[in-house]
Design a protein around this ligand. Structure first.
Ligand SMILES: [Zn+2]
Length: 217
C-alpha cells in the first residue's frame, strides 16, 4: 500500500508557498499508475497554483516493489551536495523499515539510493525490458518442457544475470540449469542474457546456484 503526506512546497519560479500532498512511500507492485509516474520521472511532480510552473518538491520518498526486490530511496537532486548525510539517514531509516517490511527484502541487500528521479526511472525501464526478455524465455522453456528456477531479482541485477533460469528434469541444480540454458539458447539465439550467463557458469565450476527469489507480496 502506498501512502501520502502533506508538505509545504515552495515554487522555485514565483516563490509562492502552498500545501501539497506528496507520496512518501510508493508500492510500485500495487500501484501501477505510480510506477508509471516514477518511470516518467513525474512521481510527486507538483503544479504551482499561482503561476502554473511544474516542479519536483524538496521531499524524499521511498519506492518499493517486492516482486522485483526493489527498495529505493529517492532524494531530491539538490540533496546530492550532502550525499554522505543522506546516505546515513537512509541506513537508519532502512534499519527501522526492515522490521515493518518483514521478510520481503533479501537479507544483505542494500537499498538503492538516488538523487533526482532519473536513476529510479532507468532502473524501472531496465526491469521492464528484463521482464519482456524473461517472458520470451519462459515461452521457449514451456515449449521445450523445461522448468524455470526463479532466482533473486536483486541478485540478478547485481550480477547482470537473468533472474529466471530454465532447467531440465526434476530439480534445479547447477548441471540441470546448464542443460536447460543450452537448450534455450539453441532454440533462440537472441536470448543472449542466458548464453552470457552460461559462459559465466562454465568459467567457474564451483559457482553455486543463485539464491532463490523471496515470496513477494
Ligand atoms: Zn509558482
Amino acid at each position: 500500500m502506498s501512502f501520502q503526506g502533506t508538505i509545504e512546497a515552495n515554487c522555485p519560479n514565483c516563490t509562492d508557498g502552498f500545501d501539497a500532498p506528496i507520496w512518501s512511500f510508493v508500492h510500485g507492485g500495487k500501484d501501477p499508475v505510480l510506477r508509471d509516474q516514477a518511470k516518467a520521472m513525474e512521481c510527486n511532480l507538483l503544479l504551482c497554483p499561482s503561476c502554473g510552473a511544474a516542479f519536483l518538491p524538496e521531499a524524499p520518498w521511498i519506492y518499493y516493489e517486492p516482486a522485483d526486490e526493489i527498495l529505493a530511496f529517492v532524494f531530491p537532486l539538490t540533496f546530492k551536495a550532502e550525499e554522505a548525510k543522506w546516505r546515513e539517514k537512509m541506513s537508519a531509516d532502512f534499519a527501522a523499515m526492515r522490521g515493518a517490511l518483514g521478510d520481503h527484502l533479501p537479507v544483505g541487500h542494500e537499498p538503492e539510493v538516488f538523487f533526482g528521479p532519473e536513476g529510479l526511472a532507468q532502473l524501472l525501464e531496465l526491469e521492464d525490458w528484463r521482464r519482456d526478455e524473461r517472458d520470451v524465455m519462459a515461452f521457449f522453456a514451456k515449449d521445450l518442457k523445461l522448468s524455470v528456477y526463479k532466482a533473486s531479482p536483486a541478485w540478478a541485477r547485481e550480477q547482470g544475470a537473468p533472474s529466471w533460469l530454465p532447467y531440465e528434469g526434476r530439480s534445479a541444480t547447477r548441471d540441470t540449469v546448464r542443460a536447460g540454458i543450452k537448450k534455450i539458447v539453441a532454440a533462440n539465439d537472441r536470448l543472449t542474457a542466458w548464453s552470457d550467463y552460461l559462459k559465466t557458469l562454465e568459467k567457474d565450476p564451483a559457482a553455486p546456484l543463485p539464491p532463490p527469489a523471496l515470496a513477494a507480496h
